[in-house]
Design a protein around this ligand. Sequence first.
Ligand code: ADP
Ligand code: AMP
Length: 236
Amino acid sequence: MEARGAAGEVRPQEYLDRAVIFLGPPGAGKGTQAKVLAKQFGAPHLSTGDMLREHIEHGTSLGMQAQPIMSRGELVPDSLVLKMVAHRIERRDCIHGFVFDGFPRTVAQAQYLGQLLVEHGFPRPIVIHLVIDLPLLMKRLTGRRVCKVGGEIYNIFDRPPKVAGRCDNDGGELMQRVDDSEEVIAPRLSAYEKQTSPLVAYYKRLGLLHQIDAAKSVDEVKQQVLESVMSARRTH
Ligand code: ADP
Ligand code: AMP
């Protein structure tokens, strides 16, 4: 039975038990919502973008291969991303499920993930498609600021920090991602259209897709995401 808290909010059961995939264009709110959902279930938040940026920061061989590709706003080759993800989900913190943000981004990645999940004995994933129009995305991407310490996501137009340039949680410095410049946003959106948007039909055919209006407030989207996750867990 579904538990409800005092405020009528759906309270998740203890474990997520599977993968949740956030699908949507850059700026749709995948990172914002994936962080919230992962925290609600005590599951790891697996952002392939964050993982790649960490590789770049540490100057690893993967980071050196990915850096010029990411700075052009293109997708990193499947072979590199798949190896990184397969390695990450081997870690102990993933045994009760995990929340993907920015992965899969191609049909080949989705097919490989499907096999990986079967090999690890997970049920079919829950796919949350954050639906949003292009004009809103520009505002979200150019206004995005991220805490250098804890990764908290802000927006100078819609979700500003209390003190300009500083994170509300830990006082960390807020920075703008290099690929959130107008020149790089265009190729990123075009990569989404060409390479990632076919995943909407792919997951719809598999009956795994939950569409959510991502233009609504963070709290409204959060509630919809939680309801979709709870209903998918009851039915599959
Ligand atoms: P993505 O991971 O899909 O690229 P983010 O979660 O980083 O997107 O969000 C992009 C920007 O939009 C950030 O500045 C974030 O604060 C803001 N944002 C996210 N969700 C909402 C929302 N529902 N309403 C207003 N702004 C939002
Ligand atoms: P994100 O943080 O999700 O916006 O991703 C930033 C960049 O990292 C993207 O523009 C790609 O260059 C790269 N990237 C992240 N995830 C993937 C993926 N699953 N496949 C290919 N490239 C990725």
